[in-house]
Write a protein that binds this ligand. Structure first.
Ligand code: GMT
Length: 378
């Protein structure tokens, strides 16, 4: 199959998921064309069957806001036509679903049919998508898609509650390559972070408000008072300053490392004992799943789709949003004794297998086949 994938090329979960999907499809022999404004971060090295097309956004003195969506639609028309793509899979509704719709309509006039699949990832529905500056276009373009998927049951329900959607939404959960994340810790790295055998806690995100990173610092502070620990913050974003400020206030800076955006999550997760995810909302929580695949238990909130991947008291624990006391006790419970920690680690790794790449990617292929066979009927 010749498939076009549109996504955000950054470290965000939707771009990571889309890139991993494209790589997995290419490995299975499909030709995958990524169309985006920058090389996706997880698309490193030469990979057979993968093609990358950069969207060039021409600037002009008149443009205070260069029209990326128009440039994307035009690039899509060009790439679909010249590479004979059979379907387009767009990740994150804004502005990808509406750009895809525009390209589809342009090509229709030339007698070319290109079905569009839209995968909803979270904030495109629950946060920015419902803002009235975007909502009508988001709802319209989702409804115009030939198939719609959501990354969790919770996001599917949120979408139906938020917009008038007239089509079915199929739930296809996020996935992880369990084998890739099953790494042995690099001893020298572990020693560098935790020289005296401290427990290593980890948080990775884009540091947006929705992640409540100050709760991560609070929980770490509570844990560190009882169990000698270190905290690694991976990623960067607008709330990083808030987290740093709180570390200073709590006098815990020496035990907290902000390591910035990192590509080798497998190696970092391999030295971690606990992953913290304190979000106000997570449609799924891919970062938590990657942690579990690496054998790292998770303490998270019970927001959004997190209860769909976590098993309370088995893979970790969930607490209510903002309840740092409960989540601190949960973290201490996991970390206190080696034997208990190892049990949680084993359970997390075991449970992540349900979401293994080999179980989930065929669901997308099946959907592609269904969409293409509908085209033949018409
Ligand atoms: O919130 C992020 O980390 C980024 C965001 C994105 O759109 O790139 O992630 C969303 O999509 C991921 C992949 O489907 C989900 O696993 C995340 O839970 C979701 N984030 C939110 O819903 C806040």
């Amino acid at each position: 199959m010749k498939i076009g994938i549109v996504c955000y090329p950054t470290f965000g979960g939707s771009g990571v998921l889309a890139t991993e999907l494209g790589k997995a499809l290419a490995q299975k022999g499909h030709h995958v064309h990524f169309i985006t404004y920058q090389q996706p971060v997880r698309l490193n090295g030469f990979i057979p069957n993968i093609f990358y097309h950069e969207v060039q956004v021409a600037t002009y003195p008149l443009f205070d806001y260069p029209p990326y969506e128009t440039a994307l639609s035009s690039t899509l028309v060009d790439v679909i036509k010249n590479n004979h793509l059979q379907l387009l899979h767009v990740h994150y509704a804004i502005p990808h679903a509406s750009a895809a719709y525009m390209a589809k309509k342009i090509l229709e006039q030339e007698g070319i049919y290109i079905p569009v699949i839209t995968t909803l990832h979270g904030t495109d529905i629950t946060l920015v998508g419902r803002d009235k500056t975007y909502a009508p276009v988001v709802a319209f373009s989702i409804n115009q898609s030939d198939a719609i998927t959501a990354v969790s049951q919770n996001l599917r329900d949120e979408t139906f509650n938020t917009f008038k959607i007239q089509k079915p939404i199929e739930v296809i959960h996020n996935f992880v390559d369990v084998e890739r994340f099953s790494r042995k810790p690099i001893d020298a790295f572990k020693k560098l972070i935790a020289p005296n055998g401290e427990r290593v806690l980890l948080h990775a995100s884009n540091f947006r408000k929705v992640k409540r990173v100050e709760d991560v610092v609070q929980i770490f502070h509570e844990v560190n008072q009882q169990i000698p620990s270190k905290l690694l913050f991976v990623g960067d974003g607008p709330e990083r300053g808030v987290a740093e400020e709180l570390c200073r206030k709590l006098n815990t800076c020496d035990d907290v490392h902000f390591v910035g955006k990192q590509e080798q999550m497998e190696d970092i997760l391999a030295i971690a004992d606990l992953f913290l995810l304190t979000s106000q909302y997570e449609s799924f929580g891919l970062a938590a799943l990657e942690a579990m695949a690496a054998g790292v238990p998770v303490v998270s909130t019970n927001a959004g789709g997190l209860p769909e991947i976590m098993v309370q008291g088995v893979t970790g624990y969930m607490g209510n949003i903002g309840d740092v006391q409960t989540m601190s006790h949960q973290a201490i419970d996991i970390l206190q004794f080696d034997e208990r920690l190892n049990e949680f680690k084993k359970n997390a790794a075991q449970h992540a297998k349900r979401f293994d790449i080999h179980n989930i990617v065929p669901l997308y292929e099946q959907l592609y086949d269904e969409v293409l066979s509908k085209e033949l009927v018409h």
